[in-house]
Design a protein around this ligand. Structure first.
Ligand code: ZN
Ligand code: FE
Length: 262
């Protein structure tokens, strides 16, 4: 299986996933049709399905135009978004734990509310890739538009439990800014500094920072590290009213508010 990142809008990624030996791809989060159509043509691929991580326009904005250009396509998203009609052209409503066969790939659905209530991740193995949309970014997480810190903590913990070698493909190129913030939360974490210089080199060379690995996330993403004493300490300094017995979800809430204002 190959994964091709397709830059869209100012900092979004759509992804083409091409099963081995096939010339048909699925696309994850086509923000806009133009760049996806161009990438399909450049690589000599047809499109077989659309997977949406959540309903925001910068992830589904290309659905209708792609279906109009390429004929009716199966369009996947969470069942609650199908019920609410929030994802354009959606045909399939998925629930947590479901496994669906798409182009011969077994795609596993994780319902990960927090950024939106209908957010899902798509996990495909082997060789272990996950598309996390705006819930887990490299070295960061999405804003809590519809969910609570507790929901986000549960969702991120489920993603964090995937195998360490899982390659993480997220919805936006926010990695450098996220690592800058991560270094403020954990000034003594050398892994964050090393990762930042590696990502800086990639970005300077015009390369995307995706994919990361889940193992790297566990070492450098403050939102996955809310149980680490140094992250908790930083949260307490930021919001001294945080109770001493605050749980990891409350710590996450503090770090998220901090990032919102950063
Ligand atoms: Zn979003
Ligand atoms: Fe987004």
């Amino acid at each position: 299986m190959r994964v091709l990142a397709v830059p869209c809008l100012s900092d979004n990624y759509a992804y083409l996933v091409v099963p081995d030996g096939q010339d048909t791809a699925l696309v994850v989060d086509p923000s806009e049709a133009g760049p996806v159509l161009a990438a399909l043509q450049r690589h000599g691929l047809r499109l077989g399905a659309i997977l949406c991580t959540h309903h925001h326009w910068d992830h589904v904005g290309g659905n209708e135009a792609l279906c109009a250009h390429l004929g009716p396509l199966p369009v996947f998203g969470h069942r609650s978004d199908l019920d609410r009609g929030r994802i354009p052209a959606q045909t399939h409503g998925l629930v947590d734990g479901e496994r669906c066969a798409v182009l011969g790939l077994i795609v596993q659905i994780l319902h990960i509310p927090g950024h939106t209530l209908g957010a899902v991740a798509y996990y495909i193995e082997p060789p272990g890739v996950v598309f996390t949309g705006d819930t887990l970014f490299l070295a960061g997480c999405g804003r809590l538009f519809e969910g609570t810190p507790a929901m986000m903590h549960t969702s991120l913990s489920r993603l964090a439990a995937l195998p360490g070698e899982t390659r993480v493909y997220c919805g936006h190129e926010y990695t450098l800014r996220n690592l800058e913030f991560a270094a403020v939360v954990e000034p003594d974490n050398h892994e964050i500094r090393w990762r930042r210089s590696r990502v800086q080199q990639l970005r300077d060379a015009g390369q995307p920072s995706v994919p990361g690995t889940m193992a790297e996330e566990l070492r450098t993403n403050p939102f996955l590290r809310v149980e680490q004493p140094q992250v908790r300490r930083a949260a307490c300094q930021r919001e001294p009213a945080l109770p001493l017995d605050a749980g990891p979800a409350e710590v996450l809430g503090v770090i998220r508010r901090w990032k919102d204002a950063y």
